[in-house]
Write a protein that binds this ligand. Sequence first.
Ligand SMILES: Cc1cc2nc3c(=O)[nH]c(=O)nc-3n(C[C@H](O)[C@H](O)[C@H](O)COP(=O)(O)OP(=O)(O)OC[C@H]3O[C@@H](n4cnc5c(N)ncnc54)[C@H](O)[C@@H]3O)c2cc1C
Length: 451
Amino acid sequence: MTEWQALRGLVEGELRLSGEPGYAQDRMPRNQRFAANRPAAFLTAAHAGDVAAAVDWARTASVPLAVRGGGHSYAGYCVSTGLVLDLRNLVGVRFDPDTGLVTVGGGTPMKTVYAALRPYDVTIPLGNSDTVGIGGLTLGGGVTSISRAHGLTCDALVSTDVVLADATMVTASAREHQDLFWACRGGGGGNFGVNTSFTFQTRPAPAGSTCLVLWPRPCAVEVLAAAQEIMRTAPDGFSARIGIARSPGGDTVVSMVGHHLGPAAQLRDLIAPACAVAPPVRADIEDRNFWDAATYLHHSSAGGAFAVKTRCTPHAIDDAGLATLVRAVDKWPGSENPDGAGAALFAWGGAISRVPVADTAFPHRDTRFLLSLDTSWTQADSPETVRANLKWLSALHAESGEFAPDASYVNFTDPDLADWRRAYYGTNADRLAEVKRRYDPDRFFAFPQAV
Ligand SMILES: Cc1cc2nc3c(=O)[nH]c(=O)nc-3n(C[C@H](O)[C@H](O)[C@H](O)COP(=O)(O)OP(=O)(O)OC[C@H]3O[C@@H](n4cnc5c(N)ncnc54)[C@H](O)[C@@H]3O)c2cc1C
């Protein structure tokens, strides 16, 4: 009997070895930049017991293991060369109306969490995609359109069940395994164990309004500056993504996509200074209940391959910095991917900043804007085009070091980032390394940027 046959006998879930029917179907990283990574096998766990059995088996057999939640790791870390533990069937959502606590299976996608909470009109800070997994989102922090008012996804975490490297199952919370609980709030997915469930404190789902405002390229720097200034004094209930982007064959466009936990009339007043700088070519501003707002703000992507680099900045970017971003987007080398390329400023602060840096592993509490630089391509693009895009992104990231620090958001994972420990984890890096030594002394949970 081979080792793999032995594993099949230990689990109830579906094991698919390379070459078998069903292998890799829908289980590869969603970022096609990593489509060539071929694991030996995928195991779709039926329950937490399967997770423990697989961890035990992989450790004994010295087979590298990767955990796949929603599969959205920008760096493809949900796949290894060995066994991929696919959590797609760990998707139960249980809400207790008496306590307001919701317990979510470790592989649950956003759309399932939204659908389960909607009948109760309660929520936690959830991401803006149907398919992002609760595991990756929470473990890396989780910044959402209500985070300036309600905090990060991980700030709502009350406890989490974890299968450790020695295959034991523990619950981490403020009372038990406190260090592990601390690390599971921003320390990054896949580092300390396999989180089979997460329990969060929900809050009433806030009604509000949304905006999508677009401006043409000529007034880009002035509009971006005005939009940043709006966010300096905005109430915590207002959050926005301010961006400049290009798609293939298209013109450069400036955008402000916002979610305000107040009426559209207030939102109109809030964004008026940016609209006064230059008339928008489009301005959709509407009252929406929380659920309609979430749907409206959902990120739609053409898929394909992409790369992202980030910087967390505690201050607004000055005009010279904004001009650098605009010039770079103008010079994007192009590709066939309709997602194109761009630079975006996600407004953070508010409730995110009111949690002390040492309270959770998420270190970027003083960040005013997450600067996210991205580019995309397709598998139809030539290797030269791919190289040109990656070179363009690296050059822009290097140039933006002039006006934004080397701090980076672990959930917008950048596999090419050099000093990623300090960039992702700042002053929490050393304590995270200690937690890793305690819970995974043999570094069983390993990938290129594992703590
Ligand atoms: C369309 C889109 C929208 C997004 N929107 C947001 C957003 O609004 N806010 C935000 O903060 N981020 C957002 N992100 C980024 C997202 O948070 C990260 O990509 C996240 O890591 C994805 O998690 P996943 O489970 O889908 O991916 P995976 O690739 O499955 O997992 C990511 C990492 O976490 C590990 N992991 C996953 N589940 C578990 C688990 N249960 N236990 C242990 N380790 C686990 C994996 O091994 C991997 O290393 C978005 C990404 C995309 C593509």
